[in-house]
Design a binder for this molecule. Sequence first.
Ligand SMILES: NC(=O)c1ccc[n+]([C@@H]2O[C@H](COP(=O)([O-])OP(=O)(O)OC[C@H]3O[C@@H](n4cnc5c(N)ncnc54)[C@H](OP(=O)(O)O)[C@@H]3O)[C@@H](O)[C@H]2O)c1
Length: 223
Amino acid sequence: MRIGILGAGRMADALGTQWVRAGHELTLSGRDPVKVAALAERLGPAARAGTWIEAATSGEVVLLAVRDYAVAEVLEAAGAAGGTLRGRVLIDCTNPVVPGRFTLATEGGPSMAERVAETAVGSRVVKAFNLCHEDVWRMTPPVFDGAPLSVPLCGDDQDALATVRSLVEDLGCGAVEAGGLERAGLLEATAAFMIGLWFGGADARAVLPPLKFASGSPDKANA
Ligand SMILES: NC(=O)c1ccc[n+]([C@@H]2O[C@H](COP(=O)([O-])OP(=O)(O)OC[C@H]3O[C@@H](n4cnc5c(N)ncnc54)[C@H](OP(=O)(O)O)[C@@H]3O)[C@@H](O)[C@H]2O)c1
């Protein structure tokens, strides 16, 4: 499929590399045309450089991969309020995390994903790919302790979720449906919380029990 990417930074590079490898075609965009052209060249003939509007209107899927503070400006430049993203699957991987405090920049208001959906009229927003570092998204495939990485998705449109699921599977990961867009803020908060733990040197995976302990001790249940 053809995928537009808003942003030409690390996430655009990591996910773009995987999706080109899987046979998709990309239209990249960013605020620095030289950087966008360099990324397109690095990704090869299946990737081309474009404007924000060209990336927004190039295909059925668009990845929003800019810093949280630039989201409103970039969506405006991409013509989102005028309907350029109408009907398209809009993947939001942004993390509105306050550096150093590891709290949410959106605190007290709608999640970033809901703000994106509100601005990008008619788009089908799916929150995804926000929980792991770009280097994890570059792995072929991301497998830890023998298990493929699970990628939670939040969105309201079943067809959009199915499309993003296939893009997750292109990386060798499994998708986990994590609820509607109203739950996307929980994914954003999870990122803020885990990044805070990682910066403190703690293993975020170690703070959660395995599934069989989720409802209490399995030994107790069998007693
Ligand atoms: N990197 C990760 O490991 C990771 C993991 C999960 C989620 N995320 C989230 O994914 C999003 C992208 O992250 P990233 O690491 O790819 O960031 P990045 O490497 O800094 O790239 C961000 C892109 O946004 C552009 N940008 C920045 N400020 C802008 C502005 N004011 N107006 C227009 N464009 C602007 C950058 O342009 P320039 O290149 O010209 O600065 C670049 O194209 C962020 O929201 C981040 O929280 C990142």
